[in-house]
Write a protein that binds this ligand. Structure first.
Ligand code: ZN
Ligand code: ZN
Length: 466
C-alpha cells in the first residue's frame, strides 16, 4: 500500500468570534474533507518541537518520525538545499534577506521593500573570496536568498546577523564558542557583509530604485547558519521510496535532506495563487505506477508522496481568517481527484497550528484524518496486516517484510508486516469509527486515533495501530 501524505501548513486554529466561534476549518464548507473524515479515522496530533514554539522544520521532521535531538539541523541548510544549491559537508549554509540600511547601518527595512527581482544583485556579489573562503549566493523567493560559505576550517557556531527587528544597527556576527574556527567564520562573514554593502550601494539597480522612490537593497541580513549532517534517508527509515510536491523552499529542502525526490510542478508557488489542481494531479500520478517494496528500480512509481500546501499558514500569519477559510474550501474542491485512488492510504493534517488570532505558530494539537486503511487493521495483535502494493507478486498468499525501527542500543528492532495477496480492501470502519462527521479541530477529538505525538504518527499508520 502506498501513502499520500498531505500537509496543510499551519492548519490548526482557534475559535474566531466573527466565524461564530468556529475555527476557519470548522466554518469552512468542506464536503470532501468531511467525507474522508467520516469514512476514515481521525484524531489529534501534538507537534513535537524544540524551543519556544514549533517551527515548520521541526514539526515536519517529527511528523516524518525523526528525533530532533539526533537529527536537528539549522534551517539555513534546508533553505539552501530547497532553492537548489548543492551543499558540501564542510560548507556553511545561511539564509538571508536583502534589506535596507542607512549610512550608519541602521536597518530601515528588513526586506528592502519586498524587492522581487534580486538576480542582478546576486550576480554582482558572486565569486567573492575572503581569506580563502568562497561565498556562493542564489536567489530565493522575493527578497530572500541562500548563502554558502565554502572553504576550510569553517564553523556554524556563529550568531545571527538579524534579530528580526528594524530601527536597530545591523548586528555583527559573533562567534558562539571560543574555537578558532568559529572566530574565523564570524570574521570572514562580517567582512563579506561589509564588502557586499559597498557593491550593493553602488549597484545600478539600487540607484534606479532610489530614483523611483523605492528602498535600496543595500545590505544582507543573515541567519540560521548550519552544516549538513548525514541523515538517515526516509527510504531507509521507512522502506518507502518517497517524493515531494511543494512550492515553498523550506519544504523542498526538508524533502531533499530526507532523500525524497522532488517533483517539479508548474504553478506550485507556495502561496495562495498556487495551482492546486496541477499539484494534486502530479501527486496522483506519482503514486500511480506500481512500486513493490523489493523493486528497487527507480521510476517505478513512488510508495510515499508528501504533498505540501503552504498558503493556509500565510493567511494565518496575516490574521486573515476569511482568506484561510476560503482557501481551505478551495483545497476541498480539489480533493475528489484522490477519491478513486486504489491501494493508497491518504493522511491529511497540518505541521503545527497557526491561529489567525495569534498570527504565530502555537503548539495546539492538530486535526488528522487517515483514510483507506486496509481491512486487516485491528491494532490489537503485535502483527498488523498490510495490503499488498499493486503489482507485487508472490507465490504464497502472504509474504512478510520487516520494517526496522531506529536502532537502539546497537540492536535493531523489527516490526513485521504481512503483505496480503488480494490487494487493498475498502475502508470498513465507517460504522465503527464514523463518529467524526466533520474534519475539524473539535470533531477530531472524538476520533479513534485519540491524541498522539507527531513523532509517533508514521509508525502508527505503518503498523495500522489505531
Ligand atoms: Zn509550517
Ligand atoms: Zn508559519
Amino acid at each position: 500500500m502506498k501513502i499520500l501524505f498531505i500537509i496543510l501548513d499551519g492548519l490548526g486554529d482557534r475559535p474566531i468570534k466573527e466565524l461564530g466561534d468556529k475555527t476557519p476549518l470548522e466554518a469552512a464548507k468542506t464536503p470532501n474533507f468531511d467525507f474522508l473524515a467520516s469514512q476514515g479515522i481521525c484524531g489529534l496530533i501534538e507537534p513535537v518541537y524544540q524551543g519556544k514554539f514549533p517551527t515548520s522544520k521541526d514539526a515536519h521532521l517529527s511528523l516524518f518520525g525523526y528525533d530532533l535531538k539526533k537529527w536537528g539541523m539549522a534551517r539555513g541548510v534546508f533553505e539552501v538545499l530547497g532553492i537548489g544549491m548543492e551543499l558540501g559537508k564542510e560548507d556553511i549554509a545561511l539564509r538571508g534577506n536583502f534589506s535596507t540600511v542607512d549610512s550608519n547601518f541602521k536597518i530601515v527595512d528588513r526586506r528592502a521593500g519586498r524587492i522581487s527581482d534580486t538576480k542582478p544583485l546576486i550576480k554582482a556579489l558572486q565569486k567573492i573570496t575572503i581569506e580563502g573562503v568562497k561565498f556562493l549566493l542564489a536567489p530565493a523567493v522575493s527578497h530572500r536568498l541562500g548563502i554558502i560559505l565554502r572553504g576550510r576550517n569553517l564553523s556554524d557556531k556563529i550568531s545571527d546577523g538579524d534579530f528580526h527587528k528594524a530601527n536597530i544597527r545591523a548586528p555583527k556576527i559573533r562567534p558562539l564558542e571560543k574555537s578558532p574556527e568559529a572566530r574565523f567564520t564570524a570574521r570572514v562573514l562580517n567582512k563579506f557583509l561589509l564588502n557586499s554593502h559597498q557593491i550593493l550601494k553602488n549597484h545600478p539597480l539600487n540607484k534606479k530604485r532610489i530614483k523611483k522612490g523605492q528602498l535600496a537593497a543595500n545590505y544582507i541580513l543573515v541567519r540560521e547558519a548550519g552544516k549538513l549532517k548525514k541523515l538517515q534517508s526516509f527510504e531507509k527509515k521507512w522502506r518507502m521510496k518517497a517524493c515531494c510536491i511543494a512550492g515553498g523552499v523550506l519544504y523542498k529542502g526538508i524533502a531533499k535532506v530526507l532523500g525524497m525526490d522532488l517533483i517539479k510542478v508548474k504553478g506550485a508557488t507556495g502561496k495562495a495563487n498556487t495551482d492546486l489542481e496541477a499539484k494534486f494531479k502530479a501527486a496522483k500520478n506519482s503514486l500511480k505506477r506500481p512500486a513493490p517494496y523489493r523493486n528497487e528500480v527507480s521510476g517505478a512509481g513512488y510508495d510515499f508522496c508528501y504533498l505540501h500546501i503552504k498558503a493556509t499558514d500565510n493567511f494565518s500569519h496575516d490574521g486573515d481568517f476569511l482568506g484561510k477559510k476560503k482557501f481551505i474550501e478551495k483545497i476541498d474542491r480539489n480533493l475528489p481527484i484522490f477519491l478513486d485512488l486504489k491501494d493508497v492510504l491518504i493522511t491529511i493534517t497540518g505541521d503545527h497550528s497557526t491561529p489567525c488570532g495569534v498570527k504565530e505558530h502555537t503548539a495546539d494539537p492538530l486535526p488528522v484524518l487517515v483514510f483507506g486503511l486496509p481491512s486487516g487493521a485491528r491494532g490489537k495483535k503485535r502483527r498488523s496486516f498490510f495490503a499488498l502494493p499493486s503489482g507485487a507478486r508472490g507465490k504464497k498468499r502472504r509474504s512478510f517484510f520487516a520494517l526496522p525501527s531506529d536502532s537502539e542500543g546497537g540492536r535493531r528492532k523489527f516490526t513485521f508486516f504481512a503483505l496480503e495477496k488480494d490487494g487493498v480492501h475498502p475502508p470498513q470502519f465507517s460504522s465503527k469509527f464514523g463518529r467524526v462527521k466533520k474534519f475539524s479541530e473539535k470533531e477530531c477529538q472524538k476520533g479513534k486515533i485519540g491524541k498522539i505525538k507527531s513523532t509517533d504518527f508514521m509508525r502508527r499508520i505503518l503498523t495500522c495501530n489505531f
